[in-house]
Design a protein around this ligand. Structure first.
Ligand code: DP6
Length: 362
């Protein structure tokens, strides 16, 4: 089993003066949710997610060699314009990963980021953002150590992304990714995500239409949310349930059982929200429109037998999940009945994607 020290490089065989990379990394949507963590970004329970295709962050990392300094030297841009608001988060990330990327203080970096999804859509950009940054830094490390294998690259990118935001480690590689120690999953790790590669064709190109119910700032930051699981009266049972649900969903995804998929995924979403409602302090992160949408999805499913279901993040937006072969019917239903419950009638069409992609290497 790998430990964090396995990601500390011994020495580099090359030096590099300057250059730039550009990577895109997607967001992901959890099916079994990560909710609760220990020190050093170790999850309290294992989780699994679909990687998305269209909702992504594109990050350009330029670097030039400088005299080693005591501080990190970096400029931050968002869509080409200076964005100082990101500095504390990036500074903290660099501090956490420095021991694993010992070259960080040898360079001045310019980090220029853009998202493909609309501003303040309520879609968390931390997973895609941290994943995009991690793969960029791994590209630089690969320049310094050209013998690096692809597997090591991806594993370490996921390891680094996790230190930025837990769920980001599930946005590096693969359509479906498991993160967290799980007895029934070979090679599973608390340190990085691993690809689940036994996806039944029924789940190929699975669709995720994201209904933007509330585009405002998150009411509860995920850091505070995870904290609420410390001392939560139902925490231990919840963590046990997540282990069990992960075993179940792996078998569902392997067999292609879309009916059981619906039950498990909706139950996980509601459990996540129940945890927030029963913590101290307590929160209701759904909005009346979230419930309207859920009820309409249930009615539609009952009337048509089309296996469409919902899942939720720690917010009011609804992810509508359904097989690719019923796309037309479900989109029609969404347009006719659900869009009225979205802010400014906004929604985003997405589907399962493959992970981070290198766009440019100079
Ligand atoms: C509800 O990964 O955003 O989306 O590790 O504090 O950055 P940090 O938390 P984050 O938590 C995501 C929680 C979730 C469920 C999930 O994605 O598994």
């Amino acid at each position: 089993m790998l430990s964090p020290s396995d990601f500390i490089p011994k020495n580099y065989s090359k030096t590099v003066e300057n250059g730039s990379f550009q990577w895109s990394a997607p967001s992901n949507i959890a099916l079994v949710k990560y909710w609760g963590k220990k020190e050093h970004q170790i999850p309290a329970n294992p989780s699994i997610s679909f990687t998305l295709k269209n909702c992504k962050t594109i990050t350009n990392l330029s670097f030039s060699k400088i005299e080693k300094t005591d501080n990190f030297s970096f400029d931050l841009l968002f869509e080409g314009k200076p964005k100082e608001a990101f500095r504390p988060k990036i500074q903290k990330f660099l501090e956490r990963v420095e021991v694993y990327l010992p070259f960080l203080k040898d360079y001045h970096f310019t980090i220029d980021t853009q998202n493909t999804f609309p501003h303040s859509s309520g879609i968390a950009s931390s997973a895609s953002g941290m994943a995009a940054l991690a793969v960029n830094f791994m590209s630089l490390e690969k320049e310094l150590n050209p013998e690096m294998t692809k597997d090591y690259f991806n594993q370490k990118a996921s390891f680094l992304a996790r230190l930025g935001s837990g769920s980001a480690c599930r946005s590096i590689k693969g359509e479906v990714v498991i993160w967290g120690n799980h007895q029934q999953t070979e090679n599973s790790s608390d340190l990085f995500g691993i690809e689940f590669s036994e996806l039944h064709p029924n789940f190929k190109n699975y669709q995720d239409t994201i209904l933007l119910v509330d585009k405002g700032e998150k009411q509860v930051s995920s850091t505070l949310g995870h904290d609420l699981m410390n001392g939560h009266p139902y925490a231990e049972k919840r963590f046990e349930q997540a282990h069990h649900n992960l075993s179940e969903i792996k078998s569902i995804l392997t067999k292609g059982d879309v009916v059981e998929f619906v039950k498990l995924v909706e139950s996980e979403a509601l459990t996540l929200h129940s945890m927030m409602m029963t913590s101290m302090p307590y929160f209701i992160l759904m909005k009346p429109n979230t419930l309207e949408i859920i009820n309409k999805i249930w009615r539609f499913r009952q009337e048509t037998a089309i296996q469409v279901c919902f899942t939720l993040d720690a917010g009011a937006n609804v992810h509508v999940l359904y097989p690719a072969n019923v796309c037309e019917e479900v989109l029609q239903f969404i347009k006719n009945e659900l869009v009225v419950h979205c802010q400014n009638e906004q929604y985003i069409c997405d589907e399962i994607g493959k992970g981070a992609q290198l766009i440019m290497d100079n």
